[in-house]
Design a protein around this ligand. Sequence first.
Ligand code: NDP
Length: 342
Amino acid sequence: GNVLLTGGSGFIAAHVLDCLLDHGFDVVVTARSDEKGQRIVKSIDNADGKKQASYVVVGDIAKEGAFDEAVKSANPPFDYVVHTASPYQLHWDDPVRDCLDPAIKGTTGILKSVKAYAPSVKRVVITSSSAAVLNPPNHREVYDETSWSEITWEEGVEDIKKTYRASKKFAEKAAWDFVANESPSFDLATINNTYTFGPIQRSLPSLEAMNTSNHRIRDMVLGKMRKGIAPTAPVFTFVDVRDVALAHVRAMTIPEAGGNRFYLVGGYFSNPRIADIIREMPDEKLKLKGKLPSKEETEEDFPDDHWRFDSSKAQRVLGIEYTSLEKSVRDTVESILGFKGA
Ligand code: NDP
């Protein structure tokens, strides 16, 4: 089958791409420039020459019709679309222009383009987020796929600390509204992964360009927390990116997954726990001694009122077996230390 994967330069998309290719799919990724597209395709491990991947340039996804040409670009036509592209940073100069618009209009835009020009598409899988699920500080008893963030548009616009969360909630909501109101021939599934750790993408141009959720592991490895460990708050749950990637592929192919959200959480984490895991790694190779915060400094900092979650639907329906924090952190550290630049 043929898959269109948006946001190909991203961290999560890189793993979705590997997973799709390993499952024998032909993939076209979207990238914002030729240079990025070429870097992605070059980074694929294609020793046996069997993997079929190419790219198509799509500029700012907030633009009307941004995906029109991309959805037509496969021959035979696309069977599936996986939409990961969406801004994820901690700072916005203009919350609407830089975050809310590309998140929401990018999502409705791809759905409109598929409906108009790619009738062969059977399912669209969208990378939503736990941001569309959680409702801090008024935590539910237990979060699961029935939970929705109650964040308002105004909060998202006025407080840049809330902009990203609002962008994910309103983008996902717009997607479900689209399928309810427009009755397209495809159906929809969303992956609502929590804070995601895992090996950085091979196509990354520099460690500075690294995706947001791996920053705390990068900063620890680079010695930036040697003298003081950063607070873990406000996020205390993680999932490994390879589980997230597999969930996208399974949500695409398993018939019963259509029409569903999947809340992916592998477990709890804290910065002290991450430091402990890295301290246990063999140091001859890593040479991290002296870069990590001292053991005394990293007393357990886990709050009692952290949220509780039920992420078993992805295990049941998609067959996901969650990767441990230990493995996720170790593999992330090794990928950062082994980074050579694309
Ligand atoms: P990255 O920053 O690595 O990837 C973001 C991708 O979106 C990049 O390919 C980026 O392109 C593209 N993009 C952003 N804004 C635009 C725009 N205006 N026009 C075109 N392309 C754009 O982050 P992640 O891989 O972490 O995020 C991927 C998805 O996963 C997002 O939807 C995010 O919300 C979601 N997610 C991430 C979580 C995490 O913890 N990492 C948790 C839950 C959900 P470019 O490289 O050109 O900037």
